[in-house]
Design a protein around this ligand. Structure first.
Ligand code: ZN
Length: 317
């Protein structure tokens, strides 16, 4: 057996294991938490928040949104202080020690057996369903870990379950700060433009910033659409714009690091003078010095032989 095969075999020892003791929800299912959740999610369904309407419904009273399932047993801020001892932690620690120290959530599927009502007391048991063989992914080499959380009520009846998959992967080597093109880093992901959007990338190749402008009402729009978003006319024409604008909002991303990008990476929403907003990168300014409202000007970056992208530099306005 190779080292990879031996390691995979060791990981398989965790598959099927039920993880430690059940976790108990710190609070009973309750109307205030349901109300706050609905407010945060923008869900105004009466059976969740309107006691009178809920009483008159088939449910006979308020019920919790099914998607709150996980919230009832979640650990609070205390839970951020480290992993409790369990076979699941042992598995993650083992992957960490082998260099698969980064983590990203991959997917989550929930199934519901019944609606939860105020007064229900939930507990949760976790089983490690599977650990994949070593896989090559866009983020790096890693193992997929799939766990199942089963939720029970005060009568020990199953009320719902959740399958949760994470990727534990080996992080890329730290950024060297070498400019794009001068290093062996992989190329940036290719855009996949539609027929309506090809002009944007073709224009960028010749260092022009173009968006659609409606020939009927004059409205500028980006991203491209098949028709004018203002007057529904189909006469939307690629038109060069000034490239001037300002930072409407931005984030600076640090992790997870995709090998084709430099980090920290400034991702900004640019308010163009002509009206549309555009997501792009800010180049030439330390991300720590960026601020909302700063003036910017388009700057074309030749990422490689095939791809030129409009990015933005900070300018005084
Ligand atoms: Zn129009």
């Amino acid at each position: 057996m190779t080292d990879t095969e031996t390691f995979y075999a060791e990981l398989q020892a965790f598959a099927g294991i039920e993880v430690g003791k059940p976790m108990f929800g710190p609070d009973l299912v309750n109307a205030p938490m349901i109300r706050h959740w609905c407010e945060a999610m923008g869900d105004g369904l009466a059976i969740y928040i309107d006691a009178e309407a809920a009483a008159a419904s088939a449910h006979g009273g308020i019920v919790a949104p099914p998607t709150m399932l996980q919230a009832w047993v979640m650990r609070g801020l205390e839970g951020l202080k480290g992993r409790p001892d369990s076979p699941y932690s042992d598995l993650l620690n083992k992957l960490d020690a082998a260099g698969f120290s980064s983590v990203v959530a991959v997917n989550c599927d929930q199934e519901y057996e019944r609606y939860l009502r105020p007064g229900d007391a939930l507990s949760m048991r976790t089983t490690i369903e599977s650990v994949s063989a070593e896989k090559k992914t866009g983020l790096g080499v890693g193992h997929f870990v799939t766990s199942r959380q089963s939720y029970y009520d005060q009568h020990n009846e199953l009320v719902g379950s959740m399958v949760f998959r994470i990727l534990k992967f080996r992080p890329p080597a730290p950024s060297t700060g070498v400019p794009a093109g001068a290093s062996s880093r992989p190329k940036r992901p290719r855009p996949t433009p539609t027929d309506d959007g090809t002009f944007f990338f073709e224009a960028a190749k010749v260092h022009k910033l173009m968006v659609q402008r409606c020939a009927d009402c004059g409205y500028y729009q980006y991203p491209p659409h098949v028709a004018c978003q203002q007057c529904q006319s189909y006469s939307v024409v690629p038109t060069e714009v000034s490239g001037k604008g300002e930072i409407y909002s931005f984030v600076v991303t640090h992790y997870p690091q995709v090998p084709s990008f430099h980090y920290p990476l400034s991702v900004a929403l640019i308010q163009l003078d002509e009206g549309p907003r555009m997501i792009s990168n800010i180049v030439g300014t330390d991300p720590s010095e960026l601020a909302i409202g700063m003036g910017v000007m388009v700057s074309f970056v030749d990422c490689d032989d095939e791809l030129t992208l409009p990015m933005f530099t900070v300018v005084n306005r």
